[in-house]
Design a protein. Structure first.
Length: 226
């Protein structure tokens, strides 16, 4: 885990768009309501997912994965003093139970802080493995690359889902919720575009993602109409 516990505020969009948002029938994590869906980034997050010209798909996935991991790790680290073995004895997102699968393929129920620490360490280890993430020109990506990448995204998604369901209130008090909302919106666009997650992986956050997409679409339509 990163040691840093502070987040530099880039710029904040403190007012939620005036679009009408229907929360009817949506299953949202506790505390997440229409007043909590503000973001810190205004901009074309979907456009940011599209491959930079001249870049290979694998290079693009690798670069973006590092960016997503840095943010997930930073936001998780900022609330880890509230995510303790006593407070979060299991890794869950609401009713969804997550298991840690060890190297012998054994499924284990771990307390959330242990699970998240292992997940972040796993991602960091993969990112530093030059056989999987080559840094030198001409070195090929490993044939396992996409398999490893998908596993990394599943770990990040589970961590994000745990934060929404169990630590959203404290994130809001620390004014970090707008960073989490922007991260989830960008993350959801990216994983959808590159098919990095299965529908069942996204299930605990699917209604929230749908709402964030809707707000984003309405914001973009509003900007074009201005
Ligand atoms: Zn927790």
């Amino acid at each position: 885990m990163t040691e840093s516990r502070s987040v530099t505020k880039l710029h904040s969009n403190d007012t939620l768009s005036s679009v009408e948002i229907s929360l009817e029938g949506k299953i949202l994590p506790p505390y997440v309501d229409e007043n909590s869906l503000m973001r810190n980034i205004e901009g074309d997050l979907y456009g940011m997912c599209l491959i930079f010209p001249g870049t290979s798909v694998n290079e693009w996935l690798a670069t973006n994965t590092l960016g997503f991991f840095t943010l997930v790790d930073l936001i998780a680290a900022s609330i880890m003093e509230y995510c303790t073995i006593d407070m979060c004895p299991e890794m869950t997102a609401g009713d969804t139970q997550y298991y840690w699968i060890d190297e012998k393929n054994k499924k284990q129920k771990l307390p959330a802080p242990n699970h998240i620490n292992l997940a972040m360490s796993y991602i960091q280890t993969q990112l530093q493995d030059r056989k999987i993430f080559p840094t030198k020109f001409g070195h090929e990506f490993s044939p396992d690359f996409i398999h490893v990448i998908k596993r990394m995204y599943r770990h990040m998604l589970q961590t994000i889902a745990h934060l929404y369901y169990h630590h959203f209130q404290i994130l809001k008090e620390l004014s970090l919720h707008c960073y989490l909302n922007s991260l989830l919106l960008h993350f959801a666009y990216f994983t959808k575009h590159f098919e990095l997650l299965e529908i069942q992986d996204l299930e605990p956050l699917s209604d929230l993602i749908e709402l964030l997409f809707k707000i984003d679409r309405n914001d973009s339509a509003g900007k074009k109409a201005e």
